[in-house]
Design a protein. Structure first.
Length: 224
C-alpha cells in the first residue's frame, strides 16, 4: 500500500548538515498496524511526517497506492492528504468552541466527502459509539478529560474513512489505563475498517497492539 525507497532527510544548520534519515526503506502493508520505535531523536517523527506528506524528503521515493507522492503538485498532495490520511498526535488538538460532533463534521467537509446529511449523521453517531463518546456528542472540548479528548481526536482522524492513519505518540500524555483504552479503540477500528496504521511510540507496552514493529537506529530502519 505504501512503499518508501531510499529515503533521506537532512537538516541544514549554519554551514553544516545533519542527516537524520539515511537510505530508509519500508513497506506498510494494507490493513496492518506498524509500530515505529527507537530512542528519542532517532528520527521517528521525521519519518512519519515525511511519509504523510507533511514535510519533504531530501531524497527518495514514497509511493501510495501506486502514486508517487514526491511527484505531486502541492495542491494535489494537500487534497490526497486530507482525503486519504488521518492524523493523531500526542496532544488532541481539538478546535476550541466546536462541539464534539462538529469537530467530526468539520473533518468530513475538509476531506471533501459528499455525503448526504443523513449519511453524515449516521457515520458521526457510529464513530462516536466506537470511541464511546456518544454521551459527549454536544460537549465542548474544554469540558473533557485528557483521555476523552484523545478519543474524540481518534474519531476525528477516522470519520472521513481514510486509508491510512498516522499516530505519533498518542498515548504519551495518558496514564496506563487510558493508554490501553485508546490503543484498543485504535486497533479495533483499524481492524474492522481495514485501515493501514503507522504508529510511533517509545512506550514498550504499546507495541503489543502492532502487527509489526520496526525500529529506527543509526538513521536507518531495522525491520524485526
Ligand atoms: N525542523 C528541524 N530542523 C532541524 N533539525 C530537526 C528538525 N526536525 C527534527 N530535527 C532533528 O532530527 C532528529 C530526529 O528528530 P525526530 O523528532 O524525528 O525524533 P524522534 O525519534 O521523533 O524523537 P522523540 O522520540 O523525542 O519524539 C533530531 O536530532 C532533531 O533534532
Ligand atoms: Mg517524535
Amino acid at each position: 500500500m505504501i512503499t518508501i525507497e531510499n529515503l533521506e532527510k537532512s537538516f541544514q544548520f549554519g554551514s553544516g548538515e545533519d542527516k537524520v534519515l539515511d537510505q530508509v526503506n519500508l513497506s506498510l502493508n494494507s490493513g496492518e498496524i506498524t509500530a515505529l520505535n527507537g530512542v528519542s531523536g532517532s528520527g521517528k517523527s521525521t519519518l512519519l511526517t515525511i511519509i504523510a506528506g507533511l514535510q519533504n524528503a531530501t531524497n527518495g521515493k514514497i509511493v501510495v497506492d501506486g502514486v508517487e507522492l514526491t511527484n505531486l503538485k502541492e495542491s494535489e498532495l494537500r487534497q490526497r492528504r486530507a482525503s486519504q490520511f488521518g492524523f493523531i498526535f500526542q496532544q488532541s488538538h481539538l478546535i476550541p468552541f466546536l462541539s464534539v460532533k462538529d469537530q467530526l463534521a468539520f473533518m468530513i467537509e475538509t476531506a471533501g466527502r459528499k455525503w448526504s446529511r443523513k449519511e453524515r449523521e449516521e457515520k458521526i453517531d457510529a464513530m462516536l459509539e466506537a470511541v464511546d463518546m456518544m454521551k459527549h456528542k454536544d460537549s465542548n472540548p474544554n469540558n473533557l478529560s485528557g483521555g476523552e479528548k484523545q478519543r474524540v481526536a481518534i474519531a476525528r482522524a477516522l470519520i472521513h474513512e481514510p486509508e491510512v492513519l498516522f499516530a505519533d505518540e498518542v498515548t504519551a500524555s495518558l496514564d496506563s489505563k487510558r493508554s490501553t483504552q485508546v490503543m484498543e479503540i485504535i486497533r479495533n477500528i483499524a481492524q474492522t475498517r481495514k485501515i493501514t496504521v503507522l504508529m510511533v511510540t517509545h512506550d514498550e507496552d504499546m507495541l503489543q497492539y502492532a502487527d509489526r514493529v520496526v525500529t529506527m537506529k543509526d538513521r536507518k530502519i531495522i525491520d524485526a
